[in-house]
Design a binder for this molecule. Structure first.
Ligand code: GRF
Length: 203
């Protein structure tokens, strides 16, 4: 399966996916391009170091639709079949989502539907929850809303700050994203409305 990854920043999830595909952990899959909407994104260098083609496609005052259309065209040009968002900080347009039906996934650092949007780990600390975690889900037009593929719980400790919690969740994010991708690439997934069925939906 040809995978395209969209990033805006650090790119640690992207790196985990690239390495899993390159090592054969996710069989029969290849990351063919990494796209960033920010020219200076740290993740672009990490992708290049691993021999992956990179593109910086900035919005540049265009509408979301026009910006997305350029990204979709570049992905299609490379025959991308599955799009992974990995710290990509923009909502996708309807047309982008329609171009890859049930083939766009995202990782979010909370147990959705709690703590959508930015700074999910700080939101969890501020709310005082005892358990947070991470979620891999399909992407739809609403923020952090699409059908849930896999989740992993992470304990929140009394001494945690947003930063220490984020660091512990991040370790689990990498493993969870790869497990979810393996299931998708292996076809071990059935979608029934909001429900994603298949082995180990709860990880
Ligand atoms: C991760 O916490 C991810 O869950 C969220 O953005 C962060 C990206 O980190 N969507 P990285 O760029 O993958 O290191």
């Amino acid at each position: 399966m040809k995978i395209g990854i969209l990033i805006s920043g650090r790119g640690s999830n992207m790196t985990a996916i690239v390495e899993a595909a390159q090592s054969g952990l996710i069989a029969e899959s290849e990351v063919v391009v990494v796209v960033s909407d920010k020219t200076g994104a740290e993740g672009l260098i990490k992708a290049e170091e691993r021999g992956i083609e990179t593109l910086a496609i900035i919005r540049n005052g265009r509408t979301r639709e026009k910006h997305d259309a350029e990204i979709v065209a570049e992905l299609k040009k490379r025959s991308v079949e599955l799009v992974c968002l990995a710290g990509y900080l923009r909502l996708l347009s309807k047309d982008f989502i329609r171009a890859f039906p049930n083939k766009i996934i995202n990782i979010h650092p909370s147990l959705l539907p709690s703590f959508k949007g930015l700074d999910a780990q700080k939101q969890a600390i501020d709310y005082g929850v005892k358990v947070s975690g991470c979620t891999v889900h399909f992407v739809d037009e609403d923020l952090d809303h699409g059908a849930i593929i896999a989740q992993k719980a992470v304990e929140v400790r009394d001494e945690d700050t947003a930063e220490t919690l984020a660091a512990r969740i991040l370790e689990d994010e990498h493993a969870l994203y790869i497990k979810a991708l393996k299931r998708i690439v292996e076809g071990n997934i059935q979608i029934q409305g909001r429900k994603v069925l298949g082995k180990s939906a709860l990880t």
